[in-house]
Ligand binder design. Structure first.
Ligand SMILES: Nc1ncnc2c1ncn2[C@@H]1O[C@H](C[S@+](CC[C@H]([NH3+])C(=O)[O-])CC(=O)[O-])[C@@H](O)[C@H]1O
Ligand SMILES: O=C(O)C(=O)Cc1ccccc1
Length: 244
């Protein structure tokens, strides 16, 4: 069955309230994220490949801000190490409800635990892999350093963080160009100028992007030994950070 189409911002008379991960968004989320985030499918499937490489026996793998479980499924398909547990966390009940039915209809072996919680509060323990795919961008700026530091402390030596984000550019010309290219991507995936403008208002001050340099510096300050970009398409990028 094809996924329901995202028309959330299509009504010209609709109010624009701040963006929330409610039942309406959960229903159309797979279509929304695929048509809105250039490279999303690649980032999710490579998160699975990385998880397969870095997962160690008896460890936990975290999917923080799991939404409907796309990254959890990609990890689960790739993990070969014995006795691992994937802990998938999201604070939105509507997202986690749908995630549960997605995971229930998947038949791979690795254990999955779904947790409804704020990623700023959950303990990270005995982890080999932590995936933060397009989630840190929704966390208040003042909490981001602490989240990354707790991930570093909860990782086993040799562990990996995958951090994917919408980003900004220090150079105003490059910033404007990448925003414009992202909007062109959305138009070419069927969103109207009105939908693009209304969603932009709705996510203003809800999704707060930072520069790649800020992400690299934060990871290094938290203790990560190596951190850099492995994927980028316009203003969406993914980094890996390694704990020696
Ligand atoms: N403080 C928080 N605590 C927990 N969850 C949160 C918090 N804030 C937001 N979320 C959750 O983070 C997710 C962000 S979507 C991630 C895509 C997914 N990773 C994917 O690979 O498909 C990305 C996007 O929509 O751009 C939503 O499900 C929120 O409920
Ligand atoms: O749609 C956008 O403009 C985005 O920046 C990405 C996005 C995707 C899903 C929810 C919120 C933001």
């Amino acid at each position: 069955m094809s996924e329901p189409r995202d028309t959330i911002f299509a009504d010209p008379l609709g109010e624009t309230n701040p963006f929330r991960f409610d039942a309406d968004v959960a229903r159309v989320f797979p279509d929304m994220i695929r048509r809105s985030v250039p490279g999303y499918t690649t980032v999710v499937s490579m998160s699975g490949l990385l998880a397969g490489r870095y997962a160690t026996a008896g460890s936990n793998l975290y999917d923080l801000g799991c939404s409907l479980g796309a990254s959890t499924l990609a990890m689960r398909q790739n993990v070969r190490a014995a006795d691992c547990c994937i802990i998938a966390v999201d604070n939105a009940a509507a997202m986690l409800d749908r995630c549960r039915s997605v995971i229930d209809s998947d038949t791979h072996d690795t254990r999955v635990e779904l947790v409804q919680a704020d990623i700023a509060d959950i303990p990270i323990v005995d982890a080999s892999v932590v995936v933060l795919n397009f989630t840190l961008q929704f966390i208040p700026l003042a909490q981001r350093g602490d989240v990354i530091q707790r991930i570093y402390r909860g990782l086993r030596p040799g562990g990996i963080l995958v951090l994917s984000e919408k980003v900004t550019f220090a150079d105003p010309q490059l910033d404007a160009l990448n925003i414009d290219l992202h909007h062109q991507f959305k138009r070419e995936h069927g969103y109207s100028d009105l939908e693009i403008a209304r969603k932009r208002n709705a996510i203003d001050n809800v999704l707060i992007p930072e520069t790649l340099d800020t992400h690299r510096k934060r990871a290094r300050a938290a203790g990560f030994d190596s951190c850099d970009v492995w994927f980028q398409c316009f203003n969406f990028a993914s980094l890996i950070a390694l704990k020696a």
